[in-house]
Design a protein around this ligand. Structure first.
Ligand SMILES: O=c1ccn([C@@H]2O[C@H](COP(=O)(O)OP(=O)(O)O[C@H]3O[C@H](CO)[C@@H](O)[C@H](O)[C@H]3O)[C@@H](O)[C@H]2O)c(=O)[nH]1
Ligand SMILES: [Mn+2]
Length: 748
């Protein structure tokens, strides 16, 4: 990754205004001319493919006429979608910040920052992970009296609360330790992992390290014990916060639980061992009732927005998922460079950082590094006026989330109006608690115009769009030192389910009343619109990919050809598109620091997501549009069982459970395998009218689909481990695929 970054910066050209005063600089992608030339040429080739389709439609009554027209539709859509894809590569920009210019000017006038961390389930998001994230952000290199950390717990778990209490005590040692020894990263778990292998000569450091490590291990043991056995009664009686669970009946049915664990204005208890102030720390589990929709994370964001406005009211908010710990204690200053820039700062609503993951294997088996999005596409959005908001690792201006429009009169003003000098914590808790009640939002604009937007499984994307349509700008900042790191799914099904949720959310956005509000009236420019469409149409695109991976292969059985002969001039545009796209995606993958195997894995995942996840997104999205309520958010698990972890490490694909996703994938894979085998048999026996030259491209397509599915065949036919394809799925898929082939051959 680092190497790729260096190369990238060499490739970039400068676009800065040359102002010595700016706190940030924007540079254009230096390769943009080559990219554009390539895109235009390839588009011409695509047009020729369309022309071929239109000029060679089989005559009425000839075999495959309808299939031919279907292929035409798939190719037209594929071409259009390809334009969306390249829109994101047309105008990429890169940002650099100058934090060393920031401090001398603004250090004493830094804004208050509120950090929101979200968790929703103590089982799939272990409390230890959550508090490591919390500790990493509490330890930011930032004036503690201007920092508040809020944990929203949609799981309403007393164990998570217990862990947070433990973290608050541990912070009293951890934060001074971080500051004294300039520790990075400041998530204790991540830090102890990195230092395990290094030896230091500094005795003072070694001594402190041993002490703090011991404290951490003790805390970890307590928290893990509580996770297994429940919160110890001794702890319950010591902290009256636990009494708030008395009326609690289930995670879906309880009062608001709000606890200010530490408050910077509190006279005692919020100082570290060196006597320095610690950030404010708040636990919130908003009220839940079965007959109120929770609106998932969007609902949690809005509750926290209100609660925090009563407690600290920071002007800048950092939104984080509970697995996304900070890996760089200075990065908040980078974000401020954008907001505080005298020239352009006031119009920037949010600064999006990339999501990075610390558990990606060498060849990124499941394409989870999301490097296409993080290293390319968000830069593309940025070039057209603003990054997409991706829900985490993002600094947002409270005004942009809570007020409505941007106007040219808007000025940066970092003074906090409701600055409090002395607080009565109980009163403050009581007062803010009501703000997180279910009924609070009744007949208000929350979720419609204010705060995070409801009704969409990608609340982040739609919220970002809403902000943009109100006239605000946003930036994407991809620093050379990673700012955050989290956990990517570690098995195939989790990845597919996550993608299904994203695809469905994007479709909801497209079908919602917000689409015209966000896209209409030229509110966003064409480039940005095309970029968003690239995501919005995820689900729709599944149909053309499915068509392309089924119909041509089936027609092999009948010897019907859909592609030009190799000797024909019409072969040229097809060859250009195929070779061009392979070369382009391979180069892009390698430039981002990936491997060839990684590119191949990514291509497989592209196919799997398009044909299974996005198919289900489409079905559920349409059902949702016709009124079926969406009651669940399939949380991505952040824990991995040992044997699964072993296979993940060895880059062996994980199946293991029967799931409709696998049935679809296996059926497709087997269908192509059968078609290929039958075709090869035909070829070898030399029977019938099978023209090699005529069918070459079609056999190649089927062949590639087979080769890319090799791991799946192994999972069905060869493997014996627990991660292999369950027999029930294998039988179901074989039957389906065989039936399709036989029916097609005999009856069509
Ligand atoms: O009812 C809910 C459901 C989820 N979450 C939190 O939302 C975050 C994201 O959930 P996760 O299961 O990790 O989903 P991902 O698909 O990994 O999330 C990505 O996609 C989401 C939807 O686009 C964004 O909100 C996230 O920021 C982005 O990381 C986690 O911290 C959850 O605890 C809640 O607080 N309440
Ligand atoms: Mn996640």
């Amino acid at each position: 990754m680092q190497r790729a970054r260096r190369e990238r910066s060499e490739l970039e050209g400068r676009m800065g205004s040359g102002e010595e005063n700016s706190l940030f600089e924007t540079r254009k992608d230096k390769a943009r001319h080559i990219r554009r030339l390539y895109a235009v040429s390839l588009f011409v080739a695509i047009c020729f493919v369309w022309a071929f389709r239109l000029t060679h439609i089989p005559a009425k009554g000839e075999a495959g006429q309808w299939a031919w027209l279907g292929l035409f539709v798939a190719e037209v859509w594929g071409g259009i979608y390809w334009v969306f894809y390249h829109a994101l590569r047309w105008n990429m920009v890169y940002r650099t910040t100058f934090p060393n210019r920031l401090s001398p000017r603004y250090e004493s006038r830094f804004p208050e920052v509120d950090i929101f961390v979200f968790t929703a389930d103590a089982v799939v998001e272990p409390p230890m992970m959550v508090i490591n994230t919390v500790l990493s952000v509490m330890a930011y290199d930032y004036p503690a009296e201007k920092l508040s950390v809020y944990l929203s717990d949609d799981g309403g778990s007393d164990v998570t609360f217990y862990a947070l209490l433990q973290a608050s005590s541990f912070a009293k040692h951890w934060i001074p330790f971080c500051k004294r020894f300039k520790v990075e990263p400041r998530s204790p778990a991540a830090y102890f992992n990195t230092v395990a292998s290094t030896k230091s000569q500094d005795h003072n450091y070694v001594k402190h390290l041993a002490t703090i490590h011991k404290l951490y291990e003790e805390m970890k043991r307590r928290v893990e014990e509580a996770t297994k056995l429940g919160v110890p009664s001794e702890a319950r009686s010591k902290h009256n916060g636990f009494s708030k669970w008395d009326s609690y009946s289930s995670p879906r049915d309880h009062d608001t639980i709000l606890q200010i664990v530490m408050h910077k204005k509190e006279s005692e208890g919020s100082k570290d061992v060196d006597g320095c102030t610690l950030p404010t720390l708040v636990y919130m589990a908003r009220e839940k009732r079965p007959h109120y929709h929770t609106n998932f994370k969007a609902g949690a964001i809005n509750s926290l927005l209100r609660v925090s406005s009563a407690i600290s009211n920071g002007k800048i908010i950092l939104i984080l998922d509970c697995d996304m710990y900070s890996t760089h204690s200075q990065s908040m200053r980078d974000a401020l460079c954008f907001f505080m820039d005298e020239d352009k700062g006031q119009e920037i609503a949010y600064v999006q950082f990339p999501q990075c993951f610390n558990n990606i294997g060498k060849n990124d088996l499941y394409g989870n590094s999301l490097s296409e999005i993080m290293e390319v596409e968000l830069h593309g959005f940025d070039g057209f006026g603003g990054s997409m908001f991706i829900g985490t690792c993002c600094y947002i201006r409270r005004d942009a989330l809570c007020k409505q429009k941007f106007s040219s009169e808007y000025k940066n003003d970092w003074n906090n109006e409701n600055e409090v000098t002395e607080v009565n914590l109980l009163e403050l808790e009581e007062e803010s608690k009501a703000l997180a009640n279910c009924s609070y939002e009744k007949n208000t604009l929350w979720g419609k115009k204010i705060g995070s937007i409801y009704g969409c499984l990608v609340e982040d994307v739609i919220t970002g769009l809403q902000i943009k349509s109100q006239g605000w700008k946003s930036v994407y900042y991809n620093p050379s030192i990673n700012a955050f790191s989290g956990i990517a799914p570690t098995n195939l099904l989790r990845t597919l389910v996550q993608m299904k949720r994203w695809g469905e959310g994007q479709l909801q956005l497209l079908l919602s009343e917000f689409r015209p509000k966000c896209y209409g009236d030229k509110k966003i420019n064409l480039g940005l619109l095309l970029g968003y469409w690239h995501y919005n149409f995820f689900a729709v695109t599944s149909l053309s990919v499915l068509y392309y991976s089924i119909i041509p292969s089936l027609y092999l059985l009948k010897g019907v050809s859909f592609f030009p002969k190799i000797s024909s001039v019409w072969f040229i545009p097809f060859a250009c598109v195929i070779i061009g796209e392979i070369a382009y995606s391979l180069i892009e993958g390698l430039r981002m620091g990936g491997s060839i195997q990684g590119w191949w894995n990514g291509t497989r995942m592209w196919l799997y997501e398009k044909t299974s996840s996005f198919l289900f997104s489409l079905i559920d999205g349409i059902l949702g549009f016709f009124g079926r309520p969406n009651l669940s958010f399939s949380l991505t698990s952040k824990v991995t069982e040992d044997d699964v972890a072993q296979r993940y490490k060895k880059e062996v694909m994980e199946f293991g459970t029967s799931s409709p996703y696998f049935t679809v994938l296996a059926t497709l894979a087997l269908l192509n395998l059968f078609c290929l085998l039958l075709t090869l048999k035909e070829l070898v026996l030399g029977k019938g009218s099978f023209g090699v030259e005529k069918m070459a491209l079609q056999v190649l397509l089927c062949g590639v689909l087979v080769v890319i599915n090799i791991p799946l065949y192994q999972a069905i036919f060869v493997r014996k481990d627990k991660g292999r394809m369950p027999t029930s799925v294998s039988i179901k898929s074989t039957t389906l695929a065989l039936t399709a082939c036989v029916f097609f051959k005999l009856f069509n």
